[in-house]
Structure formats: C-alpha cells, structure tokens
Write a protein that binds this ligand. Sequence first.
Ligand code: UD2
Ligand code: MN
Length: 571
Amino acid sequence: MSGSLHRRLRCCLLGIMTLLAMQFVILVLVVRLGLIDELISRRLLLQQQQLSLHQHEWQDFVTHTPDQPHAFYQYNRQLSDNLAAVRLLPTTRHESCNRRRYALPHASLAKLSVVISFHNEARSMLLRTILTLISRTPQEYLHELIVIDDGSEDVGLLASLERHLTAAYAERGRPRLIFSRNLNRKGLIWSRNEGARLASGHYLLFLDSHCEVNDGWLEPLLERLTLNSRLAVSPLLDPIEPETLSYMAGNELLKGGFDWSLHFHWLPRVLADKETLAQPYTSPVFAGGILMISRESFRKLHGFNPHLEIWGGESIELAIKLWLCGGQIEIVPCSRIGHIFRAAHAFEFPPQYDQEQELEQELQQLGSAQATYLRNSKIIAESWLDEYKYLFYALKPSAREIPLNLRPVSTYDPAQIKAELKCQPFDWLMRHVSPELRLQHANLSALGTLRNAGRCLHVAGTVPQLQLLLTSCHSLQVTQWHLHHESGQLSTEQRLCLAVDAAAKQPQLSLEPCRAGQTGQHWLRRNTQLQHARTHLCLDNPLKDQLLLSRCRPHAVSQSFQFALEMEAQS
Ligand code: UD2
Ligand code: MN
C-alpha cells in the first residue's frame, strides 16, 4: 500500500518537474525568438490604438467612402477598408537599429510638422497613414499634422476626418491638427509648399497619403538632422504591394539618382570598407518624395519650385538645389516607411495646353501626364543644369517647343537663389555627388535623336520583328542613339546596334544585339556622315524615307545625319 503511495508521489513529483522543465524551455524559446518583444509591442499597440479612434468611429468614417472602380485608387480599397486602422508590421530594419540608443535633442527643440497632401485617396488608406503616424511617433516630438485635400472628388472627406480626429485627440492636445482644402485642384507641389507655409515646427516631413510608418521611424532621422544642420534625409522606403497590401522590406543597397532626361532612377549603393547596411548613406537625390528637412533650410531654399505643376520633379529639383547650395542628402536605413507603389497614376492630369496654342502636333498629342512631367523637367533643366541643359534637350527634343508661361505671381527665381546662397554650378554636382551622370556620356561621341531632312532614325517593333525607319522627330518614343567613342558602335537604349550584313550580295542595314569587338557594328563619323568602317559605305536616305547604304559623297544632303548632341568636334 505504502509502496504504491510512494510510487504515486514519485510520479507526481516527476510530472511537476517535467512541467516546470517544459515551462522553462518554452520561456527560453519565447525570449530567444523575441516573442516577448512581440507581445509587448502588441500590447503597446493596443494602448496606442485606444488613444486614437475607436473601432466604431473608424467604421463610420470609412463606410462613407464613395463607391469607385478599382482603377480609381490603383490598390485594393476593399482590403484596406477591412484591415485594422493600425496593424502590426514586420520589422524590416536591421536588428542593430533596434538595439541602438539614438542621441536626440530635447523635444522642445525638435518639433515636427508633417505635411500630407492628397488627391482622391481612399478614406481608410488616408486614415491608416495618419493613425499609424500618430501612434508610432513619440508624442512629444509630433508637433503638428497638416492635411491638405487637393480638390478630391469625395467632398465630405476632409470635414469628416477633421471631426473624428479632433474629437479623438482633443484631450491629448497633440498633435496640433490643421486641415485645408483646395476647392480646385492645385497639385501636389503647390499643396506641399502651402503645408510648409502653414507649419510652425522645426522640421518638416513630406508624406504621401498611402504610407505606414514603421516602429521607431523618427529617431534615426532626427538624430542625423540634429548632428548636421545642412542635411536633409529620407527614410528607406518599404514597398507595400497594392493588391495584397503586404508590407515588404525595402532594399538597403539602393540610392536615388536621375538621368539626363531628369527621370528618377534607383542607383546601386556601393558599401565602403567596413560600412554596414544599417548605416546612413549619402544619395544624389531623395528616396522619391518622402523627405525630412529643417523648416529653416526649406525656407532658405525657397521651398519647392512653385513653377512646377501638379506632380513630378519637385524632389529632384530640391535635391539638386540642396547639393549645389551647401546642403547634403542621406538615406537612413534604420528609419522605415512603407509606401504603396502603384503601377499607374491613379489620377488624371489637367490638360497642359489649350487648343488655341499653336504647338507642334506631337506636343499637342502628348498625354497630359507626360506633358506635365516634360514641362516640369524643362523648368528644372533651365533652372539648374547650366550648359548641360543641352543634354536634356538632346534626349527630350520636344521639350524645346514647350512654352513655359511662368506665372509672374511667383517670386521664385533660381538666379536669385544662386546669388543668395552662393550655389555651385551644376558641374560641381557631377564631380562630387553624381559621378554616374558623367559616366552616362563619358565615352560617347554623340547622342540623342538622329535626324536627316527633318525626319528621325527610329527602331520600331520588338525582337525579332524590328524595323528601321525614318519617323517624326517629335514623337515621344523616338529612338535615342548613342555613338560610342571607342567601339564606333551606334546603339539604342535597348542595346541594339546598327550593323551591316556584308555577306549579302548587296550590303544590307540590320539591327543586332550589341557585342564587343564586332567590326560589322563599327561606324565612323565623317563630318555629318556615318560611314560603315568595314564596307566604307555611308548611311543614306536618297528617296523619301528610304534608308540604305551607298558610296560616300561629301556634302550629299541625303547622307547628312545630325545627332541632337555632338560631344566632340568631327574630323
Ligand atoms: C512620388 C513621390 C511623391 C512625389 C511624387 C512626384 C514617393 C514614395 N512618392 O509619388 O512624394 O515626389 O512622386 O511629385 O516617392 N497628390 C496631390 N495632388 C495631385 C496629385 C497627387 O495631392 O494633384 C498626392 C497624392 O495623393 C499622393 C502624393 O501626392 O499622396 C504623391 O502622388 P502619388 O502617390 O500618386 O505618386 P507617387 O507615389 O509616384
Ligand atoms: Mn505615392
């Protein structure tokens, strides 16, 4: 009897000990996998959410979203409506960023004003942008939020948003909330300038209206800005997929740049010796348009160029201006902000030209979005590129025809800014900040459109159905050629080279993938002629729009082909 009691007791004890051991193992696992952090942040999040709108208020605001087809927003609006206002996001930054303590100024010296301008944003998306920002930004630094409705079709949105947010944050007294509505659409650039004008904080953050800031986004940016007053910064952008709204990790090996057409490009970031992925790094331009800058620097630079219209180019202009006039730009990978990158514009662009204006037909036919971007780019080229603007015109010949009609109401004058701030010429930027711009044409002897008798050499179709022809020089897609100095290759942006098939009875022009050392792809520039090195024949257009090869005849007009830009004197 006592023996079986003994056994039972032993069993019991063993059971308890196994249970304890298992609990210990689970605890170790929980700590190791960071689950406790996760649980804590989940709790924090709930607390933060209680500070903001209650679920039923969120529902009330969102259900009044007007019904629109998918194309209107270019992302999954239904899914957005059904997701929590503030959701947990994966930690995308390097773990060393979480461990670091950031050297921050006292909050009274670093008040932040956030400017959000939106046009036709879905209610749930805009609200998520705002609530996430409020709940993931230390309350003491978030001084104010300036929301500008740029003539959205949902006319009741802003008033309703104001009602809900004011009620939710009135007691807390922070952030200060400013709402403004453009009855007529004025564009993102005008609206962001207006937001900056209304702001009273030390720093400005320009944010798109479909973003989710990630945990700890502010501290790394603020630390950099307080260390160096000449600096402006961008967070690293994490892409949010438009259909699934899944939040992904952005690429720390990219920096922002632009080409001679003034289009934004990602450039590879090359890590210096001992440089880690998490370290801030300089960048020629911002990571898109999401940037933070001291209000004072922004004011000194006269803000975004107000001559730019609606959308596009303003952050490139600000970046060029900043670098040339004593500033610097960094991307800070420990700061993460999610952004929905949409496949196409979700909004219409107002027409650029009225029917009355006498413009080249091709310019009239450009879509409004392209026309707006081209006009904005021309303004940037004319403002900052000095003699290098000819490279821009070489690649964008139709921009020459665009009338600028700069509104005289604006006092913005690049020449005055250059004098005030003792800015460097554009060449300085190429030498010190953006050497890739120099490389883009360093080994070219000519580039751009290739013109004969008012028509341009163009490659139509796709491989294998390529066609070489002469077309209007102003159609936007017209082929841009590069004549390479060393190899003599004449190539397109798709890396197709103009070649001569000498095997045929009659030498034939052809297009083939560019390959090093192909003598059949070698051309010589003789004044304005293009002579094929191996056959000694010249490119010719003897009858209207008929390209062929023939014996070179000096001064033959039909053999004269002009590039938009010649980089060196011809023999
Ligand atoms: C990119 C930049 C954006 C800005 C823009 C060029 C990122 C992540 N975003 O925008 O910051 O630099 O390029 O100008 O790099 N909007 C208006 N009024 C308009 C048109 C747009 O307020 O007339 C708003 C729009 O609701 C959005 C923001 O401007 O919040 C940017 O437009 P987008 O998000 O449609 O275009 P995106 O992301 O290419
Ligand atoms: Mn955007």
